[in-house]
Design a protein. Structure first.
Length: 559
């Protein structure tokens, strides 16, 4: 299957598979391949790559900054393996191994544009060995070992054991669900060793005690009973940290008081610690009910090696699970807080403490949203909102230092001054509102260029005042919010504004007076929930030099 590589050979390398048929490329979220471009050199629907039985073809979709193949601007062109395809300023390299050349005379395969002459090429999957080919069918080998390993002499068996352990590590290498690993480990164990019963125990993090996580019996008709194993043996191995064979466990003085050994008639047992690094996280236990002296040194050494592989797999799965939880937690933070605030929270800032803070709240709403989206399919409405909110929040609210409090259908509420306060919070909030109106103008132009029937306007209201800020819900759920009349008034001001307008309150105007922004004082306006009329101001955002404003805002925000 062909694919394209972005930023090849860098830490930001990204591989994108190309499916058979049409693959669209651009900034819009509805593309097959979505490309984030800080320079905004890509159009929302920039180009497409068509994969057919006759070859691959790239077509420019009337993009603003063009599509290039090997630095030559094109409208449509067939692609070859190794071609450099540039969309705006973003460069990909095409990989299509079905087109790679083969010099049959020399036996060398030459990859176009790679500069390599390859004598031999082997897929890792093709070099793997089927574990079953290394194992015997019989339950007891001629050596007396319970290891069902092919080979009679020591060299053959050593080689086979190493290859089996390699396959075990391959089997356990994928990030399995943490809870599923114990069962998988025992399944592999019973394929390799002839034992009657096996159990894997892990330390409970709260109690510090060994708890059984999985067990297996070689006899499928055996009664399932988790009490079959010897706690004396498992606890001994856990505390001592050494693997042991109890050869005829019923006569072993170390365990002569173990009721499980007596009641279960355990003739022989082996137990190995699960020790991935410098601590024991559990044990792996097997036993035999029919023969004393059933296990040999070779068996114990192999069980220890298998336990080491299992311990590493369990530890990795545990770390992987923790990483996933951390990613989810960070995603929640980054979804609502700008980078500077997220960093402060990471450093231990207590969001659960309720504080009184002066904030500037910004409400933004899409004008006529209900009527506009009535004929649209729900999926299309959601795709449109995601595209719109990405620009408004990720490109504007966060870079201007605001915190996203919530989405309310087509509206968004952002706050400056909570949970992190700066002197220019109100200025940054108003500048963000101006930037949002300019961004909306640019979005409409982009949609027209793409032939999409989308033309919308937004109305914005801002208010500055005191709130109570804190986390609502529980310590485990981040739902940071601001409560107070300031927020309600901001919502009412937004409602008073019409399509394409930005209204601010008297308190916000006072905080931004040093900026000399073009404002129009309005007649007193009555809003729902307030007895006294409000003095509001219209921000004449079209008269603002947006480039100069953005430059000043970035300088202010970086301080």
């Amino acid at each position: 299957m062909p694919y394209i590589i972005q930023s090849q050979g860098t830490p930001h390398e990204r591989i994108c598979d190309l499916r058979h048929g049409v693959n669209t490329i651009g900034r819009g979220l509805d593309n097959s391949i979505v490309v984030e471009d800080d320079a905004r050199s890509l159009s929302r629907h920039h180009a497409e790559i068509q994969v057919t039985d006759k070859g691959l073809y790239v077509t420019d979709l009337n993009s603003s900054n063009g599509t290039f193949v090997n630095q030559v601007k094109i409208i449509q062109q067939k692609l070859n393996h190794g071609d450099l395809v540039q969309f705006g300023s973003v460069v990909f390299r095409l990989v299509d191994e079905s087109q790679s050349g083969d010099d049959s005379a020399s036996g060398q395969k030459v990859i176009p544009n790679s500069g390599l002459s390859i004598l031999m090429r082997v897929s890792p999957e093709k070099s793997r060995v089927n574990m079953q080919d290394l194992l015997k069918e019989q339950k007891l080998t001629t050596s007396g070992s319970v290891l069902m390993i092919q080979g009679t002499d020591e060299v053959q068996r050593t080689s086979a054991k190493l290859r089996v352990l390699l396959e075990v590590s391959q089997e356990l290498a994928s990030p399995e669900a943490y809870s599923a690993l114990p069962e998988k480990i025992l399944e592999l164990l019973l394929k390799i060793m002839s034992v009657d019963r096996a159990v894997l125990l892990l330390v409970d993090e709260k109690t510090g005690l060994l708890e059984p996580k999985a067990y297996r019996f070689s006899n499928p008709n055996a009664t399932a009973d988790l009490d079959f194993y010897s706690r004396k043996i498992t606890n001994f191995v856990f505390k001592q940290g050494d693997a042991i064979i109890s050869d005829d466990a019923s006569l072993d003085r170390r365990f002569d008081s173990s009721q499980s050994i007596i009641q279960q008639s355990i003739q022989a047992a082996m137990c190995a610690p699960l020790r991935p690094r410098d601590r024991t996280i559990g044990v792996l236990y097997v036993d035999n009910l029919s023969r004393g002296h059933a296990y040999h040194k070779e068996d114990l050494e192999f069980l220890s090696s298998l336990a080491n592989q299992a311990a590493i797999a369990i530890e990795n799965a545990h770390l992987y699970r923790n990483m996933q939880s951390e990613v989810i937690r960070r995603t929640k933070l980054e979804r609502f807080f700008p980078a500077a605030v997220s960093q402060k929270i990471e450093e231990g800032w207590d969001l659960n403490r309720i504080i009184d803070a002066e904030v500037t709240a910004l409400f933004s709403d899409i004008s006529g949203f209900t009527e506009m989206t009535a004929p649209m399919q729900p999926r299309k409405v959601l795709e449109f909102l995601n595209e719109y909110f990405k620009v408004m929040v990720e490109d504007i609210v966060f870079p201007f230092g605001g915190t996203l409090e919530k989405y309310i259908a087509d509206a968004l509420l952002a706050v400056w001054g909570s949970p992190y306060q700066k002197e220019d919070d109100a200025i940054m909030a108003v500048n963000a509102a101006i930037a949002m109106q300019w961004a909306m103008k640019q979005l409409n132009e982009d949609w027209t260029e793409q032939g999409r029937d989308l033309q919308i306007q937004i109305h914005i209201g801002l208010n500055t005042g005191m709130v109570a800020a804190g986390n609502i819900g529980s310590e485990n759920l981040i739902q940071y919010t601001n409560i107070g009349d300031t927020m309600n008034v901001a919502s009412r001001i937004c409602t008073a504004a019409k399509a394409g307008e930005v209204f601010i309150s008297e308190s916000t105007r006072t905080h931004i007076s040093s900026q000399n922004l073009p404002l129009e004082k309005l007649d007193l306006i009555r809003v729902k929930g307030k007895e006294e009329p409000l003095q509001l101001y219209r921000v004449l955002w079209k008269d603002v030099d947006v480039k100069e404003m953005l430059s000043k805002s970035k300088t202010s925000f970086s301080k």
